[in-house]
Design a protein. Sequence first.
Length: 256
Amino acid sequence: MIRPPVAATVALLLVLTGCGGGSEPPTAKPSPSVAAQPSTPDSNEGRLTLESGVSVFYRCVGRGSPSILLEAGGAGTQEFGSSFVDPLAKATKVCTYDRLGIGSSDPAPDRHRTIDDLCDVEDQVRQGLGLDHQSVLAGQSAGANQVIWCAARLPTAVAALVSIEGYHDDPAALAREFGPDGGWQNGDEHVDWVKSSVMLEKMPRPIGKFPVLVISASNADPGGVKNQRYWLALSPRSRQVVLPGGHNLHFEVPDQ
């Protein structure tokens, strides 16, 4: 059996989305640093300085609109390799970055943070990289939870939303896993995932009318496919696709 590629599935959504218009761009105003010399045509990477003075490491490939911003469960520039990015970059501009505290970016602020803080950074990254004001937001694992919240904060800036193995987390279960502080004191990103899950739990749905694609793995956690159906209520234009593989689909079946 031919396994549907994750990147091709996202690309299909991109084709169906087309170019948006009439929305206000994000208001954050970071100051980009000088990027490194491109290693391949139509690609560039470097450091982007945020309003707070810290910087994140990013990589962009391709040209076109609507652009795609990829949010990984970990360091985006490491997790989204060429086998995932290049098929998408043939059609449009694709960017990813390492969040503060992971990968090649600066450390995260040593304070209590939530998913709101992650979206504050994401908004600055989008503006600093010159992404068009209606972009496709795609996230994997915790990155999916993040882009869902970011899209809910500013739905007019979203052309489409993609969740790759993004779970609807139970706050009580996360509290048992991370402890009373939600994991922020021990984690490199200093994010309270328990409070963040409560925020997502209380988030009204739908959050917009843009297309939403929920990509689930057939061989990940038991009940994962059913669990992720929760996100179909994000938009009246939502659909779920189940691909063979485990939780890290972007590693397992990027281009097969």
